[in-house]
Design a protein around this ligand. Structure first.
Ligand SMILES: NC(=O)c1ccc[n+]([C@@H]2O[C@H](COP(=O)([O-])OP(=O)(O)OC[C@H]3O[C@@H](n4cnc5c(N)ncnc54)[C@H](OP(=O)(O)O)[C@@H]3O)[C@@H](O)[C@H]2O)c1
Length: 197
């Protein structure tokens, strides 16, 4: 069975964006959350133009190779300007979760408005046996509430951003995690947790 994974670049105080993210402004002001994508000398084998440190490239490409479809929340989709009609991953089909109709989407993108279970089921069916990646704090929270997340991955950047969209949102109860991998790298520490069930 393919897995459901949520991998995000996150500040130590738990933010996944800077101040005032929105369409046309991406992640907003003052973030250094993605500097590690471009600070190294090892090209990604999956993402054109990314040059990471050697340990980050190893972790990042291994994760990217696992993903066959992505479920993104509407905020992620809109703040990313609809991913230019494509998606956040070069080889993965995109499913966008929203309660509302979406005016315009490309044929490579699918709106799901019937909830997180349906979005993950549709993504899994399109993933060709690979894993489903989640994008957005709201979507990860919804999937955790539904008991559908297998792994939470933090690319933890050593900064206190002080503001932005939080990765961690209220849950009805605690969720136990088991650390399965911790890889320190220049400008980021990669922490991979399995969700205990
Ligand atoms: N740092 C990183 O690695 C990283 C990764 C991904 C995203 N981001 C950034 O994070 C920000 C978005 O995160 P976010 O937490 O604000 O939002 P999000 O998870 O992207 O989207 C939340 C929205 O998704 C829809 N939604 C959520 N659960 C739903 C459900 N069960 N049924 C139907 N619709 C549902 C709702 O939209 P409606 O109510 O409007 O329908 C909700 O407001 C963006 O700025 C993005 O660029 C950062």
């Amino acid at each position: 069975m393919s897995k459901v994974i949520g991998a995000h670049a996150v500040s130590v105080d738990g933010y996944i964006t800077g101040r005032d993210p929105r369409a046309g402004r991406g992640l907003g002001d003052g973030t250094m959350l993605f500097d590690w994508y471009f600070d190294g000398d090892t090209p990604s084998r999956v993402f054109d133009g990314f040059r990471l440190s050697e340990p980050s490239a190893r972790v990042f490409d291994a994760l990217a190779a696992r993903v066959g479809a992505v479920v993104a929340g509407r905020n992620t989709y809109e703040d990313s300007d609809g991913f230019g009609g494509g998606g956040p991953h070069p080889a993965a089909r995109l499913f966008v979760l929203s309660h509302r109709p979406m005016p315009k989407m490309s044929e490579r993108q699918t709106l799901v408005s019937t909830g997180i279970q349906d979005a993950i089921a549709a993504a899994r069916a399109a993933a060709g046996g690979k894993d489903v990646g989640l994008m957005g704090g709201g979507v990860v929270t919804e999937a955790l509430k539904a008991g559908l997340v297998d792994e939470v991955i933090l690319h933890q950047v050593p900064i206190l951003l002080g503001h932005g969209r939080p990765f961690f949102q209220p849950l009805p109860g605690h969720v136990r995690l088991r650390l399965v991998e911790a890889v320190p790298a220049p400008g980021v520490t990669h922490l991979r947790y399995e969700v205990e069930r």
